[in-house]
Write a protein that binds this ligand. Structure first.
Ligand code: NAD
Ligand code: ZN
Length: 348
């Protein structure tokens, strides 16, 4: 089968012929209907090196996948061939305290996982191919009625990651509150929709690109701001001087972290999702009192089921541009150049 494989760190992926996977006991082969292209893949191609994460290339890219059950191994029950499914992306050990409640993104025994702290497209072969081997049936989530693979695939990461980050901050987002979304790309534009669908908060979206701000408006943002030196001040004046109850940083560069800290309200949340390589010096007077600062990684399996439900109800609709597998690199180039709107989805 044709597949987009990352051969090494700091290298462009290449289209190769790979063997079609066969399911072993307990495993499932998914026929890929759609595989999302994530900015994390650009980090894999350009920024990561040996030692950044506990695994190495080569592997087939694509960690945002949906399609149909194609084959099941011995002992797999409850799945039918041809059934539409999404793949839950972070693959944990399945038995530690975190995995048992479905939070395999925070597996506490990564040495016993199929790959430590990774999954398909992140250390093991992913979905930018005709088929993907999923190592356990629990990692395959049936799609609710009314959701197709092209919509479901981005929901497994560009949806699930902001959903998790927003859900944990729900208590800080009552009516009258303000949330700031920094970076309205694949994750951020779905983040704006999730905020509007699950809370009554006011949403301020920030980006460096006008097209991204237009997309934020389409997604329901109440105010859009061009990212610059005065953005924190503009957020303060738009919130009566108080600042934002929750800031979600989908960039994670020095400048956006600084902006997030300057724009946060006392007792607020500053949640760092983007892997932009920045850092934030924290001192007694540098961040408003009792602002909680956290990074988040992906989301849990129960949260994936919830975000797929939001998709099936039409409350969250990723804006997608589809590409053939042979043109996948074009999708990444557009993402790099900032000419992509929403999420690029590869349809093999
Ligand atoms: P994307 O390229 O689709 O979107 C990034 C957006 O940020 C673009 O709209 C861009 O214009 C905007 N931007 C860039 N610099 C900016 C700045 N200084 N100020 C404001 N906006 C700026 O990327 P994506 O796929 O949405 O991923 C976003 C980030 O999240 C990446 O770093 C990715 O690796 C990371 N990520 C993290 C997780 C996690 O679990 N923590 C999961 C998936 C992706
Ligand atoms: Zn991702």
């Amino acid at each position: 089968m044709r597949a987009l494989r990352l051969p090494d760190w700091r290298t462009d992926p290449e289209l190769v012929e790979a063997d079609e996977p066969k399911p072993g006991p307990g495993q499932v082969v998914v026929k890929i209907g759609a595989a999302g292209a994530c900015h994390s893949d650009l980090h894999l191609m350009h920024d990561f090196e040996a030692g950044t994460v506990p695994w190495n290339p080569p592997f087939i890219l694509g960690h945002e996948n949906a399609g149909w059950v194609h084959a099941v191994g011995a002992g797999v029950t409850g799945l039918e061939i041809g059934q539409p499914v999404a793949v839950y992306g972070p693959w944990g050990c399945g038995t530690c305290a975190r995995c048992r409640v479905g939070a395999e993104n925070y597996c506490e025994n990564p040495a016993a996982a199929p790959v430590p702290s990774g999954g398909g497209g992140l250390g093991l072969d992913g979905g930018m191919a005709k088929y993907e081997l999923v190592p356990a049936a629990r990692l395959v989530v049936p799609l609710p009625e009314g959701l197709d693979a092209v919509q479901a695939a981005p929901l497994t990461d560009a949806g699930l990651t902001p959903y998790h980050a927003i859900r944990r901050s729900w208590p800080k987002l009552p009516p009258g509150s303000t949330a700031v979304v920094i970076g309205v790309g694949g994750l951020g534009h779905v983040g704006v929709q999730i905020l509007k669908a699950t809370t009554a908060t006011r949403v301020i979206a920030v980006d460096t690109r006008d097209e991204a701000l237009r997309l934020a408006e389409e997604c329901g943002a109440d105010l859009t701001l061009r990212s610059g030196e005065s953005t924190a001040e503009e957020i303060r004046s738009a919130t009566g001087g108080r600042g934002a109850d929750v800031v979600l940083d989908f960039v994670g560069a020095d400048g956006t972290l600084r902006l997030g800290a300057a724009a946060a309200r006392t007792l607020g949340d500053l949640t760092i999702v983007g892997i932009g390589g920045g850092s934030l010096p924290v001192g007694f007077f540098s961040v408003p009192y009792e602002v909680s600062i956290q990074t988040t990684y992906w989301g849990s399996r129960p949260e994936l089921i919830e975000v797929l439900e939001l998709g099936a109800q039409g409350l969250v609709r990723p804006k997608t541009t589809t590409f053939k597998l042979d043109d996948a690199m074009q999708a990444y180039h557009q993402m790099q150049d900032g000419t992509l709107e929403g999420r690029a989805v590869i349809v093999p």
